[in-house]
Design a protein around this ligand. Structure first.
Ligand code: HEM
Length: 357
């Protein structure tokens, strides 16, 4: 009995020491902030600056969406044909990489981010991933992304054809993700949760800012619901490369998203996110953690995740847009029926574009 009590005492004491080690924070030289690691202190000023001056006071708006897209387009620049991954090459070698067809439109956010990289003592690789994570924290429902700090400057431009195109086949998309970082089909689907807070400017250039789902300012599962609905219209001109019909006025559907939602390798994973924001959060966070350090030696990096703000929560449930129901679903997962959802009241509505700023 006495031995048991003693053992319990020691295990509680050990737990307390471990907790103290986890929570101990250092005071930063700015006299205001504390961080888990002194190396992270310089990031407070970067965070406050971009929240105010890049993300318009902390919005989940266009610059946040574009910054999230940029984390991907920089990081995926790696594979059997070379490239340094999440190294900031898309900023340093902008004149080369932004001319690649798949990077159309990326020059805008590269140009918007460049002055912040120049102003703060930070490498472009770190900045891109940090800005992506901070901006994304402005989206209700988002998970708080991990941020590891310490990417050296890039050595060379990434080669062309590392960024998947919306007109690529599922075979080629899945193969590209394996080549870049051994991502599974499930991880690819998880990464596409990003299209929940996203719009296209260049797929149909006549309708810039056209979102991929009806809620582009919230990280919810409407994207996974709406991409499974039968396509009935083109929101703009139609006939554009990489675009297929969408179910809603004002919403655009990528051919790649449509096919991934319907392919036997990915359809059940796609459907698993319907009305399951907690699963989106866990799986997206894990896949993003992998993406953000492609090509990097994590042993040389410091965990500064505590610098990423806690995102606002989201508590809504997924719905069918007004006028649509289960009969409009193109069921693709063979093993599990589509979840039962209610339909938004009222007549069919149109999705508003994401305003540019
Ligand atoms: C199969 C892979 C993917 C394809 C084919 C693809 C394709 C596209 C296309 C064509 C656009 C519209 C660009 C425009 O016209 O302005 C877009 C936007 C976007 N993508 Fe992807 N994407 C893929 C994966 C990803 C991943 C892994 C992420 C992030 C982790 C991501 C994040 C975004 C975001 C946030 C936007 C919206 C940008 C904005 O609103 O300005 N995408 N994507």
């Amino acid at each position: 009995m006495a031995f048991k009590a003693l053992a319990a005492f020691f295990s509680i004491a050990a737990l307390q020491v471990a907790n103290a080690a986890i929570t101990r924070r250092v005071a930063c030289p700015d006299g205001v902030n504390t961080a888990t690691n002194a190396a992270c202190c310089s990031l407070f000023a970067v965070r406050d600056d971009i929240q105010q001056n890049l993300f318009d006071g902390g919005e989940c708006g266009e610059e946040t969406h574009e910054s999230l897209r940029l984390t991907f387009h920089d990081a995926i620049g790696i594979g059997s044909n070379g490239g340094g991954g999440a190294d900031g090459s898309i900023i340093v070698f902008e004149s080369i990489e932004t001319n690649f067809h798949a990077n159309i439109g990326v020059d805008e956010i590269v140009d918007a981010q460049k002055p912040f990289v120049a102003k703060h003592n930070i490498t472009p690789g770190d900045f891109i991933q940090f800005a992506g994570a901070v901006g994304f924290s402005n989206c209700p429902g988002a998970p708080r992304l991990e941020f590891l700090f310490g990417r050296p400057p890039p050595i060379a431009a990434a080669p062309d054809l590392t960024v998947p195109e919306p007109f690529d086949t599922v075979d080629s998309i899945l193969a590209r993700f394996v080549d870049a970082g051994n991502f599974s089909p499930q991880e690819v689907v998880a990464l596409l949760s990003s299209h929940s807070v996203a719009a296209a400017d260049h797929v149909d250039p006549t309708i810039p800012g056209t979102p991929f789902d009806s809620t582009p300012f919230v990280f919810d599962s409407q994207f996974f619901v709406e991409t499974q609905l039968r396509g009935t219209l083109f929101p703009g001109t139609g006939g554009n490369q990489g675009e297929v019909e969408s179910p809603l006025q004002g919403e655009i559907r990528l051919q790649s998203d449509s096919e991934l939602a319907r392919d036997s390798r990915t359809a059940c994973e796609w459907q698993s996110f319907v009305n399951n924001v907690p699963k989106m959060q866990i799986d997206f966070k894990a896949a993003m953690a992998k993406l953000a350090v492609l090509g990097q030696n994590v042993n040389n990096m410091v965990d500064c995740s505590d610098l990423i703000p806690e995102p606002p929560t989201f508590s809504g449930t997924a719905t069918f847009p007004a006028g649509l129901n289960n009969g409009d679903i193109e069921q693709a997962c063979a093993t599990t029926p589509f979840p039962t959802l209610s339909t938004d009241p009222g007549p069919a509505t149109s999705v508003a574009p994401v305003p540019g700023s």
